[in-house]
Each structure stands twice: as C-alpha cells, then as structure tokens.
Design a protein around this ligand. Structure first.
Ligand code: MN
Length: 386
C-alpha cells in the first residue's frame, strides 16, 4: 500500500489522480491533500478519501475548511509555508506535485530534502531550477517519476535500458488548436479558441501553453534534466493524433515508442504504481479505426516560443527561469484579456533580452530572477493593449 500526498488536488491532474486511487484501493491510500483556494472541493475530497491532513493555502478559507472537517479527525493547515512542512510527514511514501507553475518549486525541494519520492506533474519546477533539483534528488536518493505524458513515455521506453546510451529522443507535440495557422490568423485569436485543445483535457495554463507551443518548450527543458541530455539530443516532432507519446532512439539505431490513447490517468498511474503496471479498463487504441498516424516539423517561426525555449536551454543558467516567469505572467494576462495571443511571445522575448544572465545560479538567485522577471513582465503587460 502506497501512502500518497497530492499537492494541488483540485486541479486537472489532482482530480484524475484521485480517480486512479479510487480504481486501486488495494494499492493506494491518500495521506495528504492540498489545494490553493478551492475549499468546497477539498472538503468533498477529504470526506471521501479520509486523508490524515489537508492544506488550504488560502488563509481566508481556513476556518470554513476546519469547521467542515471537525468531526472527521483530519488535521487542517493553512498558508504557503504549510506545504513545505506537510511534505515532510513520516507516513508519506510518494508525493504527486500537481501544482501549476513556479509555486511548485519550494514544496518540491522540501519534499526531496525529506527523502520523499516525487511523481512530478509540475514541470515548471525542473524548468526553473532543473540542475539544483536533480542534484538534490541524487544526493538524497530520491526518485523523480515523470507524470508529463511525453516524459512518462520516455521513462517507459527506458525500462530495462538503464545502461544503454540514448542517442536522441523525440518529444511528440499535438500542435495544439492552431496547428497550421499563420501569423495573420493568430493576431486575432481569443482565449476561447486557445482553450479548445484537440486531444487533451487539461488546466487553463497548460492549454494556453500548448496553443503557443511553450508547453513543448518547457518539456524540452524538463527532458534535458530528467534524462541528462544535451540540447542537440532533444527533438520535437508534431504528431497531431497524440497516439505516440514520445520516442527514444538508441545508439544501434533502434527506436522505442510508447503509445496509447491520450489519457492522463495512464501516466499518473504509471508514476504512482512504478515499477508495477496496474490493470486498467481505460479505452484501448485501435489501429484499424485510426490507420493514419502523421508527423510534421514544428513551425518555430510562427510559434516562436519553442525556439525561445531552445535558446534559453542552450544558454542555460537562469534563462529557463526567466522564460518560465515571463510566460506565467503573460499567459495570465492573456487569460484576463489584457494582451493578445502574439503578445505572449513578445513579453517572453523582451525579458530574455533584458534580464542579466547568471551562469551558475543558487536557489536565492532563482528566487530573485523569478521576481525580477515577473516585475518586468507585469510592466510590459500594463503597457500593452489587447
Ligand atoms: Mn506533456
């Protein structure tokens, strides 16, 4: 029985993880649930899954949650720093980090220091501070199991291949809702269009990132750290059907791919259940019903975010932290109709130009870079009109 903590249980990954837990009550139990501010859902989840403790980060909702759970023998904590403390709980075996964005960094570091294995859904943590986080994991003997579907695919392809060198990997990309569109079309798109992903059901931030191809850019950087690769070893290929989730090419020229219908419950379950494959009745892919699997080159001159992410990865240092922070601010502004779709890239590019490079950043350098970049990006946003 694995005792699981889910950081971010009200989001898309968090709720799907609870579905996985429900499907395997003999394998998993919930030890901790945390949400940012969705108190109603947290209460509902807590009453159903009976965790040991919950965190409601939003302090204004603490009393409401505490009152609702007072007869359930569930401890209730609040505040940002509660996340860093709760991950150290002795009874936790594995922590699913399903927070969105930079806020995942500190709790993940605290969890690694407490020697907890991580099921990583919060890719921004590795984008911001991949070197530091992976080093820390190694020092503490902690495993980081990827939940991101592409990285789960690579990880699955590498099972039994630990001593064989990777020649390169191909991360597949659906291309998002604007695949094949040109700049003049993108000039006028609104969030309602950008939020309609063709294959995957996901949260708002990652869905916009998919539409701009920044999601693939963040994933390229995530892959570099997870699988210890150089930028030249990581390629992106657009595969609109999202059936092949990624590919590893070995030194003998052999390629292994992992396939299946797009359903995040599969990589979540693989990460939580590793090394075991648990039985599921998720729908199966049928070759004859879908005989066409196609592949295209990503259009990096229209969707420049992917090119910017590659550039940040090559320069490295604090530059991936810069693109992440600028992107978080820009996407938030786009979701609030403050800037246009193409402005997202403008904001990221300007921050990348202006923020000073630190080649070997410490944790406090990352914290500083993040807040400096956010300030700069917010200023740009307020000078732009949508
Ligand atoms: Mn992904």
């Amino acid at each position: 029985m694995k005792h699981i903590a889910i950081l971010g249980s009200s989001g898309s990954i968090g709720t799907q993880a609870l579905e996985v837990v429900e499907l395997h009550p003999d394998k998993f139990c919930v030890e901790v649930l945390t949400v940012n501010s969705n108190a109603e859902l947290l209460i509902q989840q807590a009453k159903k899954f009976k965790p040991n403790a919950v965190v409601i980060v939003d302090e204004t909702k603490y009393q409401f949650v505490k009152d609702a759970l007072q007869h359930d023998l569930i401890k209730v904590y609040t505040g940002e720093s509660a996340l860093e403390q709760i991950v150290q709980m002795d009874s936790i075996d594995i922590i699913l980090t399903a927070l969105v964005g930079y806020v995942g960094l500190k709790p993940t570091i605290a969890a690694i220091k407490a020697k907890k294995n991580i099921a990583l859904a919060n890719k921004e943590t590795l984008v911001v501070a991949g070197k530091l986080v992976t080093q820390l994991a190694q020092e503490n003997g902690v495993n980081i199991y990827p939940v991101d579907s592409e990285h789960s695919a690579i990880f699955q392809c590498l099972a039994g291949e630990w001593n064989n060198k990777i020649e390169k990997i191909y991360l597949t990309a659906s291309g998002g809702p604007f695949l094949g569109k040109d700049i003049s079309y993108l000039e006028t798109v609104k969030k309602e269009q950008a939020l309609k992903h063709p294959n995957w059901t996901m949260g708002a931030k990652i869905t916009i990132d998919s539409a701009t191809l920044m999601n693939k850019g963040l994933e390229v950087i995530e892959a570099k750290w997870l699988f210890v690769l150089t930028p030249e070893q990581i390629d992106v290929i657009v595969h609109p059907q999202s059936i092949i989730h990624s590919i590893v090419q070995f030194e003998d020229g052999s390629m292994k791919a992992q396939m299946g219908l797009p359903d995040m419950k599969l990589p979540i379950q693989y990460a939580l259940g590793f090394p075991e494959r648990l039985k599921s009745d998720f729908p199966r892919f049928d070759f004859l019903k879908n005989p066409q699997l196609t592949f295209l080159k990503p259009d990096m001159s229209t969707f420049r975010n992917l090119a910017l992410a590659y550039e940040a990865m090559r320069i490295c240092g604090n530059m991936p932290c810069v693109i992440n922070a600028a992107n978080e601010v820009a996407v938030d502004a786009f979701l609030k109709d403050k800037i246009s779709f193409l402005n997202i890239t403008d904001v990221i590019e300007k921050c990348l130009e202006k923020i000073f490079l630190i080649q070997n950043p410490t944790l406090s350098d990352y914290i500083e870079t993040n807040s400096e970049t956010r300030k700069m990006a917010l200023e740009m946003v307020s000078n732009l009109k949508s």
